[in-house]
Design a protein around this ligand. Sequence first.
Ligand SMILES: [Zn+2]
Ligand SMILES: [Zn+2]
Length: 349
Amino acid sequence: MPTTVPALLTDAAGAAFHRGTVERRDLGPHDVAIDIAFAGICHSDIHQAREEWGGAIFPMVPGHEIAGTVSAVGSEVERYAVGDRVGVGCFVDSCRECEYCLAGEEQFCLKGNVGTYNARGYDGEVTYGGYSTAVVVDERYVLRIPDGIELDVAAPLLCAGITTYSPLRHWGAGPGKRVAVVGLGGLGHMAVQLAHAMGAEVTVISRTRSKEEDGRRLGADHYVATSEEGALKALRNTFDLIINTVSADVDIDRLARTLRVGGSLVYVGAPSERQSFAVFSLIGGRRSVAGSNIGGIRETQEMLDFCGEHGIGAVVERIGADDVTAAYDRVVDGGARYRYVIDTATIPA
Ligand SMILES: [Zn+2]
Ligand SMILES: [Zn+2]
């Protein structure tokens, strides 16, 4: 019999969250049951709960930055045992046989991976995410959280962490490389820490100087405010890689010209409007504009282990179940410093 567990639900686009319950499936042979301790609030939770990306399934329980402890394991589970500290990220299943799944890049599954919430499993059942006290997930899609990372600061690594780690690795951030991070929010504050730990020289590009102290504390070597006249112009031919984390429009031409020859401007934020640029901004320096989307399970584990070795976690503010609706507005207004995590102990009525 499925288990009924407390959850925070929203019943329609933009509606306030309320306490309720959802059912978690029976433990299959390869399933892991997880007692959730914390769930991060990702900007994409807000887009989906407000139906800004279309096709939302209500009632919805968002949450794909999940950290907790294994409470039970199925008969065939090999990787996890009761008591292990684990996490779940943006997807909970994939086809397991396409070229990308076989390569460990399940985020690009050709059949379409199964989102942790606001999705349907291949069995047709709706998935419910981490704003809840427990979840059941196949062990292949469960991550191990290293002992050195507290669960609250680990939760946002499952989306914000891997979203920035994967492009930094793919485009070769490391010693001798200059990396710029555009925007210092939930994604940006992770990108700065990770790029710094990889050994790159890191510059924060933000609109104002209001976050300069934070940026430097997180590991930035330089801080540039685009509201200051000529700030980007002075940086021509500087960066090997720019990670753009903002979901608003940016001036691609001005940013691209700060790239060295062969450099890449990589989108991990998702502006809702079409973006445009002058082709000459690219061909004059063999530059690329690219995009990147989370990461596969293997790379997500690599990211968590890297964070464990380097003592990296998200900068979080713990909130309770009653604060979630208001926290959404603060995230949209750019007021989060830098990630809200829901203490799921506050969810049961
Ligand atoms: Zn996310
Ligand atoms: Zn696949």
